[in-house]
Design a protein around this ligand. Structure first.
Ligand SMILES: Cc1cc2nc3c(=O)[nH]c(=O)nc-3n(C[C@H](O)[C@H](O)[C@H](O)COP(=O)(O)OP(=O)(O)OC[C@H]3O[C@@H](n4cnc5c(N)ncnc54)[C@H](O)[C@@H]3O)c2cc1C
Length: 374
């Protein structure tokens, strides 16, 4: 049987894989291999779907800023914009005061401002008086239509000739002369380059190809929706980082909140399941922080947020294994950074400099490279 040959094989059909395929398939013949029957089955379909610039480490702030133009552009394939404005209000107590002042002073984005206790109820009327005493407000944040974004990338990749194979788990990656042979559960393919967009499984894909793992850790986070008696559409997304209140909630259509303890529990790569204790604690914390009195859960789920040891993204060529390109370690910001990530992958594959929007943010290949610590 002849084995089909491509320039590029992308492993993983989450947002990282389809964004890479979208931007790279104009220059290359490309196959995207996804182990599940559905693309975006894992972390991509389990997020809180927020676009905010002041989240994660500064490199992610810069990637999100570099991605904003894509999110705000008019995409003719879409019926509605990708973003729906939704400010973010980070709230804290006395213990957070100095940290919030410092965050405002050292911010990369210029988008957050400090909020005092008097303004908090104006921004979010259901905060319980006297509990939160300080805030950080990002007025330009938004809710993202993640599935529309995923579909847009996929559609453009296909239109440029990319092939998508589902239920195609990559089980072997072997270097034969100057190219790769990828064995999958539905047959083999050959490619000059492997792009590792396998999320929580990123190090496992690298190991199959003989590349040294970068030390990724997937962290489980549980989320759930809870019905409420009020219309939350004028409230912001609220996040409380202090330990005894740790939680977030997001207004959703149909008088519901999307809630989470914002927990981080190390996990093996797997089909993550929600933890009841994390749901119960989140409800306690939200009820302490607000006057809401949440009682019930409509739906709960969990996803894996996967980080490199320094919590910066790993986007770049492996320096020891030829033809192996990493796009992993997106942690809790893989949706907002996806347009920039896809453009970075395309630039590296084509041997071009990083995209202008990424360079303008002061980012370099070295900062993003897998062995930046070595
Ligand atoms: C509760 C929660 C809230 C979040 N909120 C936000 C948010 O508001 N904003 C934001 O930007 N980000 C958020 N994130 C993070 C974001 O969802 C992730 O960063 C992003 O989805 C990662 O995408 P990915 O494509 O790297 O991973 P995934 O979506 O997990 O995709 C990786 C794919 O690789 C496939 N794969 C693995 N191994 C193989 C193999 N051997 N063969 C073939 N395929 C394979 C998997 O099946 C999977 O489909 C959140 C995450 C969670 C869990």
């Amino acid at each position: 049987m002849t084995v089909q040959r491509f320039d590029v094989a992308v492993v993983g059909g989450g947002i990282a894989g389809v964004s890479a395929a979208c931007f790279a398939s104009a220059d290359h013949s490309l196959v995207l291999l996804e182990q599940e029957r559905e693309l975006a089955h894992h972390t991509t379909s389990r997020s809180a779907a927020m676009f905010l610039e002041d989240e994660g480490r500064p490199v992610f702030h810069r990637l999100s800023m570099a991605s904003r133009a894509f999110f705000e552009a008019d995409h003719p394939e879409l019926d509605a914009p990708l973003l729906d404005p939704l400010p973010v209000l980070k709230v804290g107590t006395e213990e957070n005061h100095d940290e919030f002042v410092e965050a405002t002073a050292t911010q990369v984005t210029g988008k957050i401002r400090l909020v005092d206790e008097r303004e908090l109820p104006e921004l979010c009327p259901i905060l319980r008086p006297g509990v939160a005493t300080v805030g950080l407000y990002e007025a330009t944040a938004a809710s993202v239509d993640v599935m529309a974004l995923h579909q847009l990338f996929l559609r453009r990749a296909r239109a440029a000739g990319a092939e998508v194979r589902r239920s195609a788990q990559v089980i072997g990656i072997e270097r034969r002369a100057d190219r790769w042979r990828l064995s999958t559960t539905v047959g083999d393919v050959e490619a000059d380059v492997v792009v590792d967009a396998a999320g929580a499984w990123g190090d496992r894909i690298a190991a199959l190809a003989g590349a040294e793992p970068v030390g990724l850790t997937p962290f489980r986070r549980t989320a759930f929706t809870s019905p409420i008696d009020a219309d939350p559409s004028s409230w912001p997304f609220v996040y409380a980082p202090s330990s005894h209140l740790h939680c977030y909630f997001k207004p959703e259509a149909g008088n519901q909140l999307l809630c989470s303890l914002a927990d981080e529990t190390p996990s093996d790569p797997c089909d993550a399941r929600p933890e009841e204790v994390d749901v119960a604690l989140a409800i306690d914390h939200i009820n302490e922080l607000t006057t809401l009195e949440l009682r019930s859960v409509a739906r709960a789920w969990a996803g894996l947020r996967t980080f490199a040891p320094d919590r910066d993204p790993v986007f770049g060529w492996d320096d020891r294994v030829d033809g192996f390109l990493w796009v992993v370690g997106q942690g809790g910001t893989g949706i907002v950074s996806a347009p920039a990530a896809g453009e970075i992958v395309a630039a590296l594959l084509a041997g071009r400099p990083l995209p202008r929007a990424v360079i303008d943010q002061g980012l370099t290949e070295t900062q993003l490279a897998p062995r930046r610590r070595g």
